[in-house]
Design a protein around this ligand. Sequence first.
Ligand code: GLU
Length: 544
Amino acid sequence: MDYKALAERLFPEGTPTIESIEQKYPPRSLEKGAEVTRLAPSPTGFIHLGNLFVAIANERIAHQSGGVLFLRIEDTDLKRKVEGAVEAVISALKYFDIHFDEGAEIGGDDTYAPWYQRQRAEIYRAYAKKLVEEGRAYPCFCTEEELTALREEQTSKKETTGYYGRYARCRNLSEEEVFEKLAAGTPYVLRLRSMGDPEVKHKFHDEIKGDITVQENDQDIVILKSDGIPTYHFAHAIDDHLMRTTLVIRGEEWLASLPIHIELFSALGFPLPHYGHNCSLMKQDGETRRKLSKRKDPELSLEFYRKEGYYPRAVKVYMLTLLNSAFEEWYMKNPEAPLESFPFKVSKMSKSGTLFDLDKLNDISKNELARLSEHEMFAFLKDWAEEFGTEAQKGYFADEEKMLRVLALCMGVGGKKRRKDFTTASQAMEFIRFFFERPVSREPYRCEKADRAGILSDFLKSYSPEDDSAAWFSKVKEIAGRHGFAAEMKDYKAAPEAYKGSVADVAEVLRIAATGKANTPDLWTILQILGEEETRARIEGECK
Ligand code: GLU
């Protein structure tokens, strides 16, 4: 076979020379040890926790080593392309403080641009041509139907499926047959002519999984589809080489394709970057553990965290906890340190499925939010409400001073111990709603109706917003005494049968009447914030 002639026939348009491409994308001049990492999503519009997981690892490694993190968009599959998906990736990651140095819609040093694979078609074609010239790639004219029949045959014989070895029919077409088919305009894809033998196994060092065994590839995989567009395998190999990626951290779903990638890099004459395959995120589902699923688990989507209003740092802390076994202890010792100062190590990443637990994240969120000042909380909630809140919620921020008092109270600012009532922005906004809107429903009163009405009207008679907390509480105690409730807890404890209840029950009645809830932060302060008129209006409504 005259491979040179075949290459000319397949790529008549003339492609740039390999030398010119290599020159255009020279090795990066970075300090020794600096890692070049990337995120290479397909623009499907769905950005998930797994992406964030990988992004955090890639970001840490790049920036900790003085290297580069870039964003490449793998848009070779047009069917999956969604408008605005690239901006969505960037903004979703920015929320978690992941910044790219270069890439699609980022700008930065454009030596290695373009970052959209569709704009790099000429480059892939140049390398494809080179492989044809060297006899390492060939056109395959098999139709979909033929490939389906082949797969069925292999399945029924319980053999490995795919286009390989003796099944790779077009691999051995004669020169005449090939040129005839081309002349007839038969559609074709371009396939790698694999030289591997799956019986041969090699040791491979995965940066995350450690030493693993990888068998050689023997699949003649498609490198260019019939429309001339490359497959992921082919495009990523060329891009990672030319963009001078040193470390590829990607999801473990790609581990199965590693033999293909090893062979492709070698056929193309490229040094192999380091690879680390990150374990999948699992979820405990009853007795079993399973992968997080797009269909069943809303928490897989990064949108979920923004809509719920998770505090970005909390999600990041949890992700780092899952990503690096040493993180939790480090964070306990360095709670104030910037997360970037944690010495992140790829080798400390978990080797097998990591359990993702929303309850654990919620605990971390509570702790993180409890560290904010009321001003920081104000800014965080306001941003959230502007994007996701109801009109009423947006209105809560109109009176800044009131909101700051509410937040300081609910967060226990200045108290002996911080309160941990807030988990997310959406939950916090719901929690503080009673300060801004009258309760439409109330938690049930435990107290008899007649007693309740008596307590509330009595309260209104003596209530004065001028009273300080102590004076206010002595009045509550007096009310308790007047209505058959123990004014002192110790009296009640000593003889519970002598009373209808205690002062705590009286306070609960007031609390539910004023706020709708049986549990709230300090009631006196709440009434101060509500103001006399509002307090009276709410309680009056419950006196009947
Ligand atoms: N485009 C691939 C994906 O969407 C990228 C995998 C990689 O990081 O190499 O998962």
